[in-house]
Write a protein that binds this ligand. Structure first.
Ligand SMILES: N[C@@H](CCC(=O)N[C@@H](CS)C(=O)NCC(=O)O)C(=O)O
Length: 254
């Protein structure tokens, strides 16, 4: 059985799948996707993931896409311990509701400070025409790049993203009263899927978002202490591992 992982060191969606694979001790073949050179939009990659995003994996010749789905797949195909989904249908539904929320709210919101504070110089260096060509080649993300508008998001959009991240922290802090994990006693895919977003917020200098949420702070420490987390966040996989490439704009990152 071979599993070929198409991913990017610093992509939060790739990081969650890497944590999952490490929890299950699943070996994978490494296929880095060069996002800076739009390899994700090459015909070869689109044949694996028609959405043109990372990650994806090919397991025994079959492509599996969507990071959250990939995590559930790994848990189902490698059913041995640790089991990362509750057996009880109510708890399982709770986990899946978290997964949906994580995909729809904080995973979308985190892109705003990431692009605004770190990835923007790449677009500032483009002419309007170059930017439009770049934006239009990716149908699924076109609307996002319309809003980024080459020179950065509006303050309104930026503030809204921070509010969504803060609301996520608040919801997690309430859920963790039943802790130590998001759905209670069992560590699940929900914990795995949201953890890289916290790593990203910390790397963006935004850790004070959970300064008033001690249960979340403790949860993040528990998360980080897991050997699988260390495996997934190998050297060069965090934004701060390439500090010289970072161009943080402190205005917003507070
Ligand atoms: N819903 C997708 C989202 C994947 C996604 O947005 N991936 C980003 C990296 S985290 C990407 O590939 N971006 C392409 C780019 O930056 O050009 C998933 O969870 O797999």
């Amino acid at each position: 059985m071979t599993l070929v992982l198409y991913h990017h060191d610093k992509s939060t969606c790739s990081q969650k799948v890497r944590i999952c694979l490490a929890e299950k001790s699943v070996a994978w073949e490494n296929r880095p996707v060069d996002l800076a050179n739009a390899e994700n939009l090459s015909p070869e990659y689109l044949a694996i993931n028609p959405n043109g995003v990372v990650p994806a994996f090919v397991h025994d010749g079959r492509p599996i896409i969507e990071s959250t789905v990939m995590c559930e797949y790994v848990d189902e195909v490698w059913p041995d311990a640790p089991k990362l989904s509750p057996k009880d249908p109510v708890e399982r539904a709770d986990m899946r509701a978290w997964l949906r929320f994580i995909d729809e709210v904080p995973s979308m919101a985190i892109r705003v400070p990431s692009f605004q504070n770190v990835f923007l110089p790449r677009f500032l260096a483009m002419s309007d025409a170059e930017y439009e060509a770049f934006r239009d080649q990716n149908t699924l993300r076109r609307e996002f790049f319309m809003r980024l508008n080459r020179t950065g998001f509006s303050d309104e959009e930026y503030d809204n993203a921070l509010l969504q991240l803060a609301a996520t922290v608040e919801r997690m802090d309430a859920a963790l009263t039943k802790g130590p994990w998001l759905v209670g006693a069992q560590y699940t895919i929900a914990d795995i899927c949201v953890a890289p977003l916290f790593q990203r917020m910390e790397d963006l200098g935004m850790a004070d978002i959970w300064a008033e949420a001690p249960r979340v702070a403790d949860w993040f420490e528990r998360m980080r202490a897991r050997p699988a987390y260390q495996v997934a966040f190998y050297e060069v996989s965090r934004l701060t591992d390439q500090l010289d490439e970072l161009r943080l704009r402190p205005r917003e990152a507070g």
